[in-house]
Design a protein around this ligand. Structure first.
Ligand code: NDP
Length: 281
C-alpha cells in the first residue's frame, strides 16, 4: 500500500484564495508586521515566504529588519510601536532571536489581540480552556490537513512527538479538542516506537531527520511530518523516514510541500481573523 499524499501546497493555495476574498471584503487591508532580528539565513527565507504570501492574499505588510546586536529594549520599543499602529492587525517576531534577547519577554510584549503566532500566555490559556483565541500556525495547519484526510478523530489514538510551545503542545491540545486520545512524547519518552505503533494519527515535531522509522507506523495511519531538517546533501528532509513510512501509512505529508505551506497559510488566516475582529469593534 502506498499512502495518499496530503498536499499542503495545494491545500494552502485553496486556503489563501479564500482568504483573499475575505480580505478584499474589509474596509481596509488586514495588516501584518513581521520583525526579523539578525541575519539567520533560514529565518530570512521564512520571512520572505511569509511576505510573499501576504502580498498574494492582499494584506498590507511590513518587514522590519533589525541588526543582530539590537538591544532587547529597542526590539520591545519596536513591538510597542506596532502595537499602537491601528493599521497593524498582526505582529510576528521571527524566532529564534539572538541569545541576548529574552524570547519570553518579547512574546509578552505583543498584545494578545495582535498575537497572530499564538504564543502569548493568554492565547495559550485560551487554547487550553477551549476558548477562541489565536492558535499557533503550524498546529492549525496540521489540523486543516487532518480534516482534508477525512479521517475520523473521535476516539482515535494520536501520538505527538515533541512538546514545544510552538508546535507539539498546542497540537496535542487541538487533537484532544477533536476527541482524540493523545499521547505526548518527548526526549524522555521510553520506547517511542511502541507509542507510534498504536497511533492512528502521528505528528512528528522534533527536528531530527528521519527519526520516525517506517516500520513503526501502524498500517493506514495518518502521518503529519512537521520537521524541517537539512539533509547531508543540503536537501530538506522531515522527521519521518518518508519513503518507508509511505508504504504503511494511509495518509502522509511530504517534506517539503506538506505542513510548511500550511503554516504560512494559517498565519494569513490569523491575520485576516484579527482584522475582522478589530474592524468589527
Ligand atoms: P523544539 O526544539 O522546540 O522541540 C523539539 C521537541 O522534540 C522537544 O519537545 C523535545 O523534547 C523533542 N525531542 C527531542 N529529541 C527527541 C527524541 N529523541 N525523541 C522524542 N522527542 C524528542 O522544536 P520545534 O517544536 O520548534 O520544531 C520541531 C521541528 O519542526 C523542527 O524541525 C522545526 O524546524 C520544525 N518546524 C516546522 C514548521 C513548519 O512550518 N513545518 C514550523 C515550526 C517548526 P524535550 O521537550 O524533552 O526536549
Amino acid at each position: 500500500m502506498s499512502a495518499t499524499l496530503l498536499d499542503g501546497k495545494a491545500v494552502a493555495a485553496e486556503v489563501t484564495e479564500a482568504l483573499r476574498a475575505r480580505a478584499a471584503a474589509l474596509p481596509r487591508p488586514p495588516g501584518l508586521a513581521v520583525v526579523l532580528v539578525g541575519d539567520d539565513p533560514a529565518s530570512a527565507v521564512y520571512v520572505r515566504n511569509k511576505t510573499r504570501t501576504a502580498e498574494k492574499v492582499g494584506l498590507a505588510h511590513w518587514q522590519i529588519t533589525l541588526p543582530a546586536h539590537t538591544a532587547e529594549s529597542d526590539l520591545l520599543a519596536e513591538v510597542r510601536r506596532l502595537a499602537d499602529d491601528p493599521q497593524v492587525d498582526g505582529i510576528l517576531v521571527q524566532f529564534p532571536v539572538p541569545g541576548h534577547i529574552d524570547r519570553l519577554r518579547v512574546i509578552d510584549s505583543i498584545p494578545p489581540e495582535k498575537d497572530v503566532d499564538g504564543l502569548h500566555a493568554l492565547n495559550a490559556g485560551y487554547l487550553a480552556t477551549k476558548r477562541d483565541g489565536f492558535v499557533p500556525c503550524t498546529p492549525l495547519g496540521c489540523m486543516e490537513l487532518l480534516k482534508r484526510s477525512g479521517v475520523a478523530t473521535r476516539g482515535a489514538e494520536a501520538v505527538v512527538i515533541g512538546r514545544s510551545d510552538l508546535v507539539g503542545r498546542p497540537i496535542a491540545r487541538l487533537l484532544e479538542h477533536a476527541d482524540c486520545t493523545v499521547t505526548a512524547c518527548h526526549s524522555r519518552t521510553r520506547d517511542l516506537a511502541a507509542h507510534v505503533a498504536r497511533a492512528d494519527i502521528v505528528v512528528a515535531a522534533v527536528g531530527i531527520p528521519r527519526m520516525v522509522k517506517g516500520g513503526w507506523v501502524k498500517p493506514g495511519a495518518v502521518v503529519l511530518d512537521v520537521g524541517i531538517n537539512k539533509g547531508a546533501d543540503g536537501k530538506l528532509v522531515g522527521d519521518v523516514d518518508f519513503e518507508a513510512a509511505r508504504e504503511r501509512a494511509g495518509f502522509i505529508t511530504p517534506v517539503p510541500g506538506g505542513v510548511g505551506p500550511m503554516t504560512i497559510a494559517m498565519l494569513m488566516a490569523n491575520t485576516v481573523k484579527s482584522a475582522e475582529r478589530r474592524l468589527a469593534r
